[in-house]
Structures are given as structure tokens and as C-alpha cells.
Design a protein around this ligand. Structure first.
Ligand code: IMP
Length: 501
């Protein structure tokens, strides 16, 4: 006979937090947003930690190396998508691990016989005003000179003028040698009164550029998520098919943490993938699993060896899993139920397994609700797809900019049989996601700062100085439809419709 859960399936919007006493210890400026991402023994907390409780979704439209670098610099973590070849994914991981704050790869490069016209086209394309001139025109070619906007006058110089005729030649350049520290590089920039310092190797090949303008920004990024070698941290998604090939390549590339990516995680394939990883790598590789929405599935993956569990089926903004397969559960109920199982498991075994709320978090206050309900961190797709750093295309729609955003279960993303049930015969025959747009929102860093300010304001109102305290102290109330109506703007004529909040 069918089992019907006692608890009705509810979403975040059906709850509100009731404030607690706000003490001086939990003023917004004092709140610690660090959180655990991997399991640990209660007596000996050696979990991997995030500096903020936010990770980006393993999706083609979201988590490439560019977004991963920026998010890690802000204290969070990206899971680089696995719906691509092993080589391309490993290459993205490598790019994040090779990133050194302040040392950038030269994205705009020309050969000496290129012309002013070529330079203007390149500038238009990349938006960069500093261009390196190398023998091959490649970012790591032999450095011959540097061009900045001070070196030419579009109104006077003919378009066919060769860049070698107006660049600052190598003989007059101030440069650093590979191995130079960021502090030394910045000192050279200041002493020489220049804006850009090229760093070269012993063969005079260009390795990096260091910009004066990045100095202040770097000083401001004190929340960076770094590994023990002071490199940015990055996650990578895996699937239950090619793990024997993908996992070693990602580990070799330097991925700090892996996650099995699937809309339905309570499967033998996930169990086998986890067992393979434990057998091959012991506990050295950290790996999450999911997605699940109930305690039974949570315990299955925990016992199979997962380091964290992702919770959420059918709530994603681009997701049509519930319509297509009638599987899922309201995100709030799923989190509350799994968090209870997580705490019971911890009380029994002394092992705490973090949970991640994945999908359907469309407003900043829902991140706070997810944490209050017991999530240790949240995974966001739509949120990050809107930013400059995401890999998706920016398009114009009337007076607005949009960015493309598509699900991993769309035909567009699905070259990788993520939804295949394992025997190779059930490759995707229907879509589980849609292909659409989200409003363009600018820089990740600016938006994230606002989001974190709102989360800390909520935690402060709930008398909590840390995420652990928040989970323990939060008091929730279920709201009636009339209460939701009361909470919105009502009975006034608003002057204008502002940007999406
Ligand atoms: P969002 O933050 O609401 O946009 O949800 C992102 C989450 O949706 C991802 O982390 C995945 O768990 C899930 N997801 C990604 N692509 C699809 C899809 O095509 N169908 C269903 N769920 C998806």
C-alpha cells in the first residue's frame, strides 16, 4: 500500500522567522558566515570549510573557471560542470588552481606587424586598453613590447601604422621575473609609476601581467577561499558513468572537492560511484552526493561514503522534473526532514554530515531560511547565471540586458546522458529542464555583498552570530496565504517598479 507522508510538502515562502533577542555579540558586522562542507567527527572538527554558505551549481550556464575564480575570491566555491569532456573540465579546474590573485594572464595580445586598426578591433572585442605584443601574438610568446592608450592617437595616427612603431619596446619596459611576489611586483609598479608590470620567464616569454588597479581590489578580498598552498579552492561535478576516467583526471588537475551531479541521487549508481572513490582514494578525496529529499535516501548515500548530501528535487528555476516525472518535494519540507535525520545520525554516530539546499532559491531571504531550517550551505544556479562572470551569452531585450540560462536536463546541455539510467538504452528521451533567460545583474562581487548583508541582517535579528547558532536558535512559523499577502507591498500605488530584488 502506498505510503503517504504525514507532513504536507511546503516551500520556503510558507515560512517566516520569528526574531530572537539580538545581543551586541550578533551585530551584523560581527557575524561569522563560515560553514562546513564535508563530514566530520563531532569530537574532532576537521571539516573542509567555506567562508560563506554559498556554492554555484554544476551547470554549463553557470560554473566555468571564470565564475569559479571570482566566487572563490569572495569566499564561496563553484562546482565546475561535468557535461563536457574530461579534458575540458580538468582544464577549467587547472585554470582556477593556477590563478594567482594579482597575476593575470594576458588576454589581449598582438604580433609586431599587426596594425593600429587591428588594435582597435581587439580593444573593442576585449575591452582591454593594455595589449601585450609578443612574437607569436600568443599570451605566452616572447615579449616584444606593451601598448597602452597613451601610445597612439586615433585622430592622428593612420590605421595601417604598425604596432611595433608605437608600442613601448621591451628595451624600455620595466618588468618582473617569474617568482616575483605580489608585494614586490606592486612595489615595482609604484616605484616606476607605471600601471602594468609584465612578468617574464628566463626566455623572455610573457607569463603574467600585474596591474596597479588590481592592488586595492586584492586588499579588499580578505575572504578568499584558499587551500593549504594558498591557491583558490574549486569543486567539480562528476557523473555515475565515466567516473573511473573523470575522477582521477580531476584529482590530478587539483579539484578540492567533487560532487555527483544528478536530479535523483537515491540510486545504486551513486552508491557504486562512492564505493569506487573510497576504494581508489580512501578518504583523501572529498565527494558529495545527491540529490535527495528524504531521510531514507540521505542515509543510503551517507552509508555509501558521501561527504555531504545535496537536497532538492524539482525546485530549480529551470526545472520541469516534477511536471515530467512527478518526483520531488517542497524544498522547505525536504530540508527540514533531512536535517532532522542528519542530526539524529550525528547523535547516534558522532559524525556530522553537512547538507546543501540545492535549487529554487530565488530570493536572498530564502538562503537565510534554508540555513535556519538546517542547511549548512546552499547551491545556486539562476542567481549566478545573471553575472558578468558566468559563461552564458549576454543579449539585449528592448531596454534591458539578459543572460542565457539553461538546465542541465535540456537537449542543449545533454550530451552526457546524465539522465541515462545506466544501461545505455535510456539516454534522454524527454527534457527535464528549460532553456531561457535571466535578467543581467552585473558583477558577482557587488551582488554577493548585498546578498550576504541581507543574510547577516536576518541572522542578527534571530540572535545568531554563526550559522551553527542560527540553526539551533531559529524559530519558524508557517504562514497563511493572507499573511504572505500582508507581507508584500499593499494598499499603496508604488512610484516605479524597481529592479528585481
Ligand atoms: P536554481 O538555482 O533554482 O536555478 O537551481 C539550480 C539547480 O537546478 C541545480 O543546482 C540543479 O540541481 C538543478 N538543475 C539544473 N539543471 C536542471 C534541469 O535541467 N532540470 C532540473 N533541475 C536542474
Amino acid at each position: 500500500m502506498v505510503k503517504i507522508f504525514d507532513e504536507i510538502s511546503r516551500t520556503f515562502e510558507e515560512y517566516l522567522l520569528v526574531p530572537n533577542l539580538t545581543t551586541k555579540e550578533c551585530m551584523p558586522g560581527k557575524i561569522d558566515l563560515a560553514t562546513v562542507i564535508t563530514k566530520y567527527k563531532r569530537k574532532n572538527n576537521q571539516a573542509v570549510k567555506l567562508n560563506i554558505p554559498i556554492v554555484s551549481a554544476a551547470m554549463q550556464a553557470v560554473s566555468n573557471h571564470t565564475l569559479a575564480i571570482e566566487l572563490s575570491r569572495c569566499g564561496g566555491l563553484s562546482f565546475i560542470f561535468c557535461s563536457q569532456s574530461v579534458e575540458l573540465q580538468a582544464d577549467m579546474v587547472r585554470k582556477v588552481k593556477a590563478f594567482k590573485a594579482g597575476f593575470v594572464n594576458s588576454d589581449s595580445n598582438l604580433k609586431p606587424d599587426n596594425t593600429l586598426a587591428d588594435l582597435l578591433v581587439l580593444k573593442q572585442k576585449t575591452g582591454h586598453s593594455t595589449v601585450a605584443v609578443t612574437d607569436s601574438g600568443e599570451p605566452n610568446g616572447k615579449l616584444l613590447g606593451i601598448i597602452t592608450s597613451k601610445d597612439y592617437r586615433v585622430t592622428r595616427d593612420p590605421p595601417e601604422k604598425k604596432v611595433s612603431d608605437f608600442m613601448t619596446p621591451f628595451s624600455r619596459l620595466v618588468y618582473g621575473k617569474v617568482g616575483i611576489s605580489l608585494t614586490e611586483a606592486n612595489d615595482l609598479l609604484w616605484q616606476s609609476k607605471i600601471d602594468c608590470l609584465p612578468v617574464i620567464d628566463s626566455n623572455r616569454n610573457l607569463v603574467h601581467l600585474v596591474f596597479r588597479k588590481d592592488y586595492t581590489e586584492h586588499k579588499e578580498n580578505e575572504n578568499e577561499l584558499l587551500d593549504s598552498n594558498k591557491r583558490l579552492m574549486v569543486g567539480a561535478a562528476i557523473n555515475t558513468k565515466d567516473f573511473a576516467e573523470r575522477v582521477p583526471a580531476l584529482v590530478e588537475a587539483g579539484a578540492d572537492i567533487l560532487c555527483i551531479d544528478s536530479s535523483h541521487g537515491y540510486t545504486e549508481w551513486q552508491g557504486e560511484t562512492l564505493k569506487y572513490i573510497r576504494k581508489q582514494f580512501g578518504n583523501t578525496i572529498k565527494v558529495g552526493a545527491g540529490n535527495v529529499v528524504d531521510p531514507e535516501a540521505f542515509l543510503y548515500l551517507v552509508k555509501a561514503g558521501a561527504d555531504f548530501i545535496k537536497v532538492g528535487i524539482g525546485g530549480g528555476s529551470i526545472c520541469i522534473t516534477r511536471e515530467q516525472r512527478a518526483i520531488g518535494r517542497g524544498q522547505a519540507t525536504a530540508i527540514l526532514d533531512v536535517a532532522k535525520a542528519r542530526d539524529e545520525y550525528c547523535a547516534e554516530t558522532g559524525i556530522y554530515v553537512p547538507i546543501c539546499s540545492d535549487g529554487g532559491t530565488n530570493h536572498d531571504h530564502q538562503i537565510a531560511l534554508a540555513l535556519a531550517m538546517g542547511a549548512d550551505f546552499t547551491m545556486l544556479g539562476r542567481y549566478f547565471a545573471r553575472f558578468d562572470e558566468s559563461p552564458s551569452k549576454k543579449v539585449v531585450d528592448g531596454n534591458h540586458y539578459l543572460k542565457e540560462y539553461w538546465g542541465e536536463g535540456t537537449n542543449r546541455a545533454q550530451n552526457w546522458q546524465r539522465y541515462d539510467l545506466g544501461d545505455g538504452k535510456n539516454a534522454l528521451i524527454f527534457e527535464e529542464g528549460v532553456d531561457g533567460y535571466v535578467p543581467y545583474a552585473g558583477k558577482l562581487k557587488d551582488n554577493l555583498a548585498l546578498t550576504l548583508a541581507k543574510i547577516t541582517a536576518t541572522m542578527s535579528a534571530c540572535g545568531s552570530a554563526s550559522i551553527k547558532e542560527f540553526q539551533q536558535r531559529a524559530r519558524l512559523t508557517v504562514v497563511s496565504p493572507r499573511t504572505i499577502q500582508e507581507g508584500g507591498v499593499h494598499d499603496v500605488i508604488t512610484k516605479e517598479v524597481g529592479p528585481e530584488r
